[in-house]
Design a protein around this ligand. Structure first.
Ligand SMILES: [Zn+2]
Ligand SMILES: [Zn+2]
Length: 538
């Protein structure tokens, strides 16, 4: 009989023992810390990464459930443990029917690798079922006739055929996963989906997609996509894959307020070497495909290190140079210059929030009103009613910040696969957040820095204690132009971020070797004035 048992060994480790229906055994012994688990048993089971991963995840959640006192968190761990337990037992059940019939060298939608798929004999009405020898996930041939790729097989509704990642438009195409770009202008061609979205035309998929859009705005739909990609490496599918993937990445679940993933910060710590590979392609594709305004526009061809600029709110609407020409011409007269367009909807929402009047003075006043109302709000002291009327997933500030993080991570994914040795990144406001995230994400990749310099103008980024990754990401300098007379950063940012100070207001104050603060308080007295009033440092 199939079983999965949990045995605690004191307070710091546990043993999980799984027995399959026909008597194969898998034992996983692990500590609560992150050291490598000890895996023993029959090779058919120990060889399957998805099975081992699920048994391990079951054990860790079970241990947390037993250890914790907080009822809500205990219940959450219990639920997760149950999901992994069920998945492990189902995979073990499939492994009982493993045959030697192998389809070699086909793309797997679970691990995005070109792997062998081993046929499984299953009783009852089901799609043809295989096990990927790379990741151990159950797979089935893509539903599109003559498509050679393998889809993730549903564990719950086993008779439901599925489409491969290419036909679900989760990736541009399998062939492009490791593609290189001669220069950044090839990004659009690379991100184009090679296959039609077959999943969208089926009724079931449409219902599922509509539901997702209703629950969260677009910026948040992409975050589960990443969780899904990572989570499906462990044989999970759907919501279980998403929550496990986010947990693996350290993001927590969106429902529990785990916005690290959506904000791009978790991508920063998790991507590393995979940025230029398959996972980076999936992340970049998921993030950019949910932002219709995303594009990289060539402003001017030239020679030398390419310069990339990104706008934030209050300056985002204009096309072409959008106010950048003078300061870029002064500092980088010969360089090719590109503008990264992003988050038109999210930035527009923030600008609308601020644009109570037509003049800059009115904007200043509006920001002050927001801050004043906030401090007087009796029910929730310190929270601005305008910003916090909505819950966290629809709050325009949180959504725009998340979009900035995603854009930065996506841009890093594009830069990582170009053959151009280095770039200069320049950003204003939340555009500075885009560029800082891009630099930090690239900083997690080993090798020479891909960024020459970063210029941050009125940066909407909170003061942090650890700027090491950002500092290490550049071969030159990270210049931070900050103004204590910027009313938007002084009032709106502080209010939205619950009293945190933006580096664009007060500076980095960091001893990291590459970071430099430039106080421009005297010349910059409005959030939109940086582009007109400052010169870029050398
Ligand atoms: Zn696989
Ligand atoms: Zn397909």
């Amino acid at each position: 009989m199939r079983s999965l048992d949990y045995t605690p060994n004191g307070h710091s480790s546990f043993t999980c023992r799984l027995e399959s229906g026909i008597g194969f055994v898998l034992t996983v012994h692990a500590g609560l810390a992150s050291e490598e688990p000890e895996v023993t048993g029959d090779q058919r089971l120990t060889d399957n990464p998805a099975l081992v991963e699920n048994v391990l995840a079951f054990g860790k959640h079970e241990a947390e459930h037993r250890r914790l006192r907080n009822e809500e968190r205990r219940a959450s761990h219990r639920k997760q443990a149950a999901v992994h337990r069920k998945t492990a037992i189902e995979i073990a059940g499939l492994l009982d029917g493993l045959t030697s019939d192998t389809t070699a060298g086909r793309w797997c939608s679970g691990c995005l690798g070109q792997t062998d798929h081993q046929r499984v004999r299953v009783r009852g009405r089901t799609v043809p079922t295989y096990i990927c020898t790379g990741c151990g996930s159950p797979t089935s041939p893509c539903l599109v006739p003559r498509c050679p790729h393998f889809a993730n097989r549903e564990l719950r509704d086993i008779a439901l055929p599925r489409y491969c990642a290419e036909h679900r438009q989760e990736i541009p195409s399998f062939a492009k996963l490791d593609a290189r770009l001669a220069d950044i202008s090839e990004y659009a061609q690379w991100l184009t989906f090679d296959k039609h979205n077959a999943a969208r035309t089926t009724r079931l998929a449409t219902v599922a997609m509509t539901a997702a859009v209703v629950v969260a705005p677009m910026a948040f739909v992409a975050a589960p996509a990443i969780g899904g990609v990572v989570g499906s490496l462990t044989g999970l599918s759907g919501a279980a894959a998403t929550s496990h993937g986010l947990a693996l990445l350290g993001g927590g679940s969106l429902a529990a307020g785990g916005l690290g993933m959506a904000g791009g910060t978790t991508v920063v710590t998790a991507m590393g070497a995979s940025l230029g590979g398959a996972l980076g392609a999936a992340v970049t594709s998921a993030y950019t495909s949910t932002d219709k305004s995303f594009r990289i526009e060539l402003l001017r061809p030239g020679t030398g290190t390419p310069v990339l600029v990104a706008n934030g709110f209050l300056t985002e609407t204009t096309d072409g140079w959008g106010g950048w020409r003078r300061i870029v011409d002064d500092r980088y007269p010969d360089a090719p210059v590109y503008r990264v367009h992003w988050g038109a909807k999210e930035l527009g929402d923030i600008t609308a929030l601020l644009a109570v009047g037509a003049t800059k003075q009115a904007t200043t006043n509006a920001a002050k009103v927001v801050a004043k109302k906030a401090s007087k709000s009796a029910k929730i002291p310190g929270l601005a009613p305008l910003l916090f009327a909505a819950d966290i997933a629809t709050n325009p500030w949180t959504v725009a910040k998340a979009r900035a993080g995603m854009t930065g991570a996506a841009l890093a994914g594009i830069i990582a696969r170009t053959d151009t040795p280095q770039f200069v990144l320049i950003g204003h406001s939340l555009g500075a957040r885009v560029m800082a995230t891009a630099a930090q994400t690239l900083g997690t990749v080993h090798g020479a820095p891909r960024i020459e310099s970063v210029h941050l103008l009125g940066a909407a980024i909170s003061v942090s204690k650890d700027w090491r990754v950002l500092s290490d990401a550049v071969s030159g300098r990270v210049w931070n132009y900050h103004s204590s007379n910027d009313p938007v950063l002084a009032y709106l940012y502080r209010t939205a971020e619950l009293g945190k100070t933006a580096v664009g207001l007060g500076g980095f104050h960091s001893s990291q070797p590459q970071l430099r603060d430039r106080d421009v308080s005297k010349s910059v007295t409005a959030h939109s004035a940086y582009l007109e009033r400052i010169s870029l440092a050398r």
